[in-house]
Design a protein around this ligand. Structure first.
Ligand SMILES: Cc1cc2nc3c(=O)[nH]c(=O)nc-3n(C[C@H](O)[C@H](O)[C@H](O)COP(=O)(O)O)c2cc1C
Length: 285
């Protein structure tokens, strides 16, 4: 698996941390698919020091019985889509929250329990990150390039995928994709979780991306919707504050909002031909 640095976002993601998270998500999909086919995905992260864009080599080997849990997650891959609409009232069962926490831990990341005070602090940091980004003309220029695209675009966030904006969302500020405000006034409080890693190296980030995808697919399999709240992790000073809020031991990698939303149109996918290439000798060996 290679990264495609041409599609990085140099302002919002200056150190390509989110690029690694995104590739980690794709890597988890590959691993889950291989498991679902009844093989073991032997995975080496960053196999070559001299090739920074070669992120992983995955070799399927040794047929074995498919793991039913991973079959379920692989099945959820095409159904997982970001849902930015208001989420319904009604809490998420404790057993599902435990499954989400377990999904992060299996992938060597952490989904900490946040108390009321930490949630309040996180809400403020989302505001802080959001407004810092809106005050940055370079961010706004990049944002305009990446979002609001028409139906023919196979990349970025198209207009129609934004959905209606929650009008309250329990005080959690979401990015405004320019869609009309159609949210209900009594939007419930969504479940907001942070995925953290124990260190912040490129390996940790790639692992955190796999954890993020495992959490998202576990949520999809449980009938939940999800969206991202990345403002506090995209502004380095705010991310440092969030790290302190979590106790100073974990590196916050991504913030997710979970619940049950209205159906949304799905974003397009790039064609297979666009994302596959001939394996290099290393990949083929
Ligand atoms: C690391 C990462 C951060 C993201 N941050 C945000 C965000 O802050 N706000 C948002 O609306 N979507 C965010 N997204 C969602 C992407 O825009 C979305 O995944 C992408 O457009 C593909 O659409 P899909 O999730 O529906 O497949 C993020 C995605 C990733 C992988």
């Amino acid at each position: 698996m290679h990264a495609d640095p041409d599609r990085a976002l140099p302002v919002a993601d200056a150190d390509q941390r989110e690029l690694l998270l995104s590739c980690g998500a794709a890597l988890f999909n590959v691993r889950a698919a291989i498991h679902a086919l009844g093989a073991h995905p032997a995975t080496t992260l960053f196999p070559r020091r001299d090739d920074r864009t070669l992120l992983a080599v995955v070799r399927p080997f040794a047929a074995r019985r498919p793991d039913p849990r991973l079959v379920e997650l692989a099945d959820a891959v095409p159904r997982r889509h970001t849902n930015r609409t208001p989420f319904e009232a009604g809490s998420i069962p404790v057993s599902v929250v435990a499954e989400l926490r377990h999904a992060a831990e299996v992938e060597q990341a952490w989904l900490p329990r946040l108390d009321g005070k930490q949630l309040e602090g996180l809400r403020e940091l989302v505001h802080k990150g959001h407004h810092a980004q809106l005050a940055d003309p370079a961010f706004l220029a990049e944002w305009r390039q990446w979002t609001g695209r028409g139906p023919d675009s196979r990349d970025g966030v198209p207009d129609y995928a934004a959905g209606s904006m929650p009008s309250n969302n329990g005080g959690w500020v979401l990015r405004d994709f320019g869609t009309r405000l159609r949210g209900r006034p009594d939007d419930s409080e969504p479940l907001v979780v942070v995925i953290g890693s124990f260190d912040d190296t490129r390996v940790d980030r790639l692992r955190a991306g796999q954890a993020m995808q495992r959490v998202l697919l576990t949520a999809t399999a449980a009938g939940l919707d999800a969206s991202f709240i990345s403002q506090p992790v995209e502004v380095p000073a705010v991310r440092a504050e969030l790290r302190q809020l979590l106790g100073g031991g974990l590196w916050p990698q991504i913030v997710l909002r979970l619940g049950r939303g209205a159906p949304v149109p799905w974003t397009p996918r790039r064609s297979l031909a666009d994302v596959l290439m001939e394996p290099s000798p290393l990949g083929a060996s």
